[in-house]
Design a protein around this ligand. Structure first.
Ligand code: FES
Length: 113
């Protein structure tokens, strides 16, 4: 969303609505129990704050918002993630794969194959 469009959306919102900051992308992480075991996805989600800071994704125009979802109804091959507004889905998004998603997609703008 462009900054101009975001300003228009925020200006149109009634005062009693929560304000959402400006983000370049939104990373949705499934922390449901059917696509990973032993809390792996939750641990990954918890690590994202530090990883985003290290990658410079915690502020500025490339800022990324992260949110947990309980299930995408795609419960195999987790951890499962979705990057919006790009509409890109990732499976087995842990370890080196997660590092590539952060560095190549969220920082570099290139979808990881
Ligand atoms: S529990 Fe993760 S996609 Fe369903």
């Amino acid at each position: 969303m462009s900054e101009e469009l975001l300003a228009q959306v925020q200006a149109a919102a009634p005062d009693n609505k929560p304000k959402i900051g400006a983000y370049r992308r939104h990373l949705l992480v499934c922390t449901g129990t059917r696509c990973t075991q032993d809390g792996e996805s939750q641990a990954i989600f918890d690590s994202l704050g530090d990883k985003f800071k290290a990658a410079g994704l915690h502020e500025g125009e490339m800022r990324v918002k992260r949110s947990r979802v309980s299930c995408f109804a795609a419960c195999k091959g987790g951890p499962v993630m979705c990057v919006q507004p790009d509409g890109v889905w990732y499976y087995q998004a842990s370890g080196a794969n997660l590092d590539r998603i952060i560095n190549e997609h969220l920082v570099g703008g290139r979808v990881v194959e």
